[in-house]
Design a protein around this ligand. Structure first.
Ligand SMILES: NC(=O)c1ccc[n+]([C@@H]2O[C@H](COP(=O)([O-])OP(=O)(O)OC[C@H]3O[C@@H](n4cnc5c(N)ncnc54)[C@H](O)[C@@H]3O)[C@@H](O)[C@H]2O)c1
Length: 444
């Protein structure tokens, strides 16, 4: 076991090439700091699952609101680098327990607490890898928001770290726990739709970042800690809360933001279980066609096509301006004889090759996504959106951004869980260089 202090390009490539085998066989950690201090206690029956929220005010707050309803859960602490993002969440916890939560601005202080069993990670994408791996090393289970990472190298290390530390990580792709999507996946997997020929996934792009101006950093925000491992940049409000997703330094565009939901359903339907089919080749075209007078630097219009060899089929991902007459997002499975299943948040339809609706029965509902994590923390079984599986979906989304940046198609090997050849390996979405002093722990 050795500790690496920085991820060089060579190390990143080595990590990526070893991870596929690592996911399938045993994990060989090359970084395993503070293992001796890792918390060994596993919450048992009658024992509260004590949680902290890292990243308040947005989706993390929503996750906490779902979890605080569970009788097994106790929310003990909140952490954010912006004090102004915390008041609503403080109120939620205080109203529930009659006592305010402990407040932090540095997540590492939260992780030092031995009484905390798990963390909810609701920070922007550029922080997930460090938040999660450091939490795992401190012995915590985690509910981590999607996409799991900002690049492919991080995704692989995160999945391997969870396996190495034997921790239970649920990713926030809650569609995996809702009736329409589980019915769609069951129907496609049962063979009732027929042999799959193609999968179409889309989400309308409706948001830009606007134009920003340089401004003094607000006193309520620790901007250096907000930036973390991303490249330093002058503070502008339209690059930070919520809008970070439209910038390649901190986000992954609509493909990482929503592709990770809709493509995830496509991959699940084409797979036997949560070990997902992976494409052998990914091509993508796109650019800024809609939000032209806008600071965002991620494409607002993307068309991506990927080929899978096993099973032999195509998946198409699209984002761009709205089209009337269809839901603003969805996943469609199309069989070789033209039958189509369309599923979106709020609906599910199956059509025969002539467009006539075919009635289908819903499969029995599952418990909710947050309960699934709580149950799995107790049983130590893998949750529905386990991190190994969500690393696969996240990597597929990153491959689209990688192909866009490479301006050529990118070949991929599921066996090696890596890009084949050189194309794409210079992309930030394959591997980013961390801003000092931050270092990505690499788990192979
Ligand atoms: N599952 C879903 O349906 C869903 C929906 C929306 C967002 N998300 C995901 O949730 C995550 C958060 O998205 P959002 O829209 O809520 O973002 P946001 O910008 O609104 O909130 C993120 C919060 O994290 C805080 N933060 C940043 N760095 C931090 C650090 N080092 N330590 C502690 N706090 C830090 C920010 O100050 C901010 O308050 C993203 O990964 C996003 O993709 C998931």
């Amino acid at each position: 076991m050795e500790t690496r202090n920085a991820v060089s390009r060579r190390e990143a490539i080595a990590a990526v090439s070893a991870i596929g085998a690592g996911l399938a066989a045993g994990i060989r950690p090359v970084h395993a700091e503070s293992l001796s201090s890792a918390r060994k206690r596993t919450p048992g029956a009658g024992d509260k699952l004590v949680l902290a929220l890292i990243g308040c005010g947005g989706m993390g707050a929503n996750d906490m609101k779902q979890l605080i309803k569970k009788p097994e859960v106790q929310i003990a602490a909140l952490c954010d680098v912006d004090k102004n993002r915390m008041p609503n969440d403080i109120k939620t916890v205080t109203d529930k327990y009659g006592k305010a939560p402990d407040l932090y601005s540095d997540y590492r202080k939260v992780l030092e607490r031995k009484d905390i069993d798990g963390v909810i990670i609701g920070t922007p994408d550029h922080w997930h890898a460090l938040n999660l791996i450091h939490a795992l090393e401190a012995g915590k289970d985690a509910y981590c928001e999607k996409p799991i990472s900002h690049d492919i190298t991080e995704a692989r290390s995160m999945a391997n770290a969870a396996k190495y530390h034997k921790k239970i990580v649920q990713v926030g792709t809650w569609q995996r726990s809702t009736a329409d999507f589980t019915t769609a996946i069951d129907y496609v997997r049962s063979g009732k739709l027929g042999k799959l020929a193609k999968i179409h996934c889309w989400k309308v792009e409706e948001r830009g970042a606007g134009r920003g101006v340089n401004a003094p950093v607000p006193t309520n925000l620790d901007f250096d800690m907000w930036t973390g491992p991303a490249a330093a940049f002058p503070y502008m409000a339209n690059h930070v809360h919520n809008a970070w997703r439209w910038f390649r330094n901190t986000g992954t565009g609509k493909t990482g933001d929503w592709g990770v939901h809709m493509i995830d359903i496509g991959l699940l339907g084409a797979s036997k279980d949560t070990d997902l089919v992976m494409p052998s080749e990914v091509a993508a075209f796109g650019g800024k066609f809609t939000f032209v007078d806008d600071d965002r630097d991620m494409a607002d219009t993307v068309q991506a096509i990927m080929h899978f060899k096993d099973p032999d089929l195509l998946l198409h991902w699209e984002t761009g301006k709205d089209q009337p007459g269809r839901p603003d997002h969805g996943t469609e499975f199309v069989s070789t004889d033209g039958k189509t299943l369309r599923v979106w948040r709020g609906g599910l339809k199956v059509f025969d090759a002539y467009g006539e609706a075919i009635p289908i029965e819903n499969t029995p509902p599952t418990n909710d996504h947050w309960q699934n994590w709580v149950d799995c923390v107790k049983s130590r079984e893998q949750p529905r959106s386990n991190i190994a599986s969500m690393a696969q979906t996240t990597i597929v989304c990153h491959l689209i951004n990688v192909a866009l940046e490479a301006k050529q198609s990118v070949a991929f090997s599921k066996e090696k869980m890596d890009i084949v050849g050189k194309a794409g390996k210079d992309s930030i979405f394959y591997h980013r260089h961390y801003r000092a002093p931050w270092k990505l722990p690499i788990y192979k």
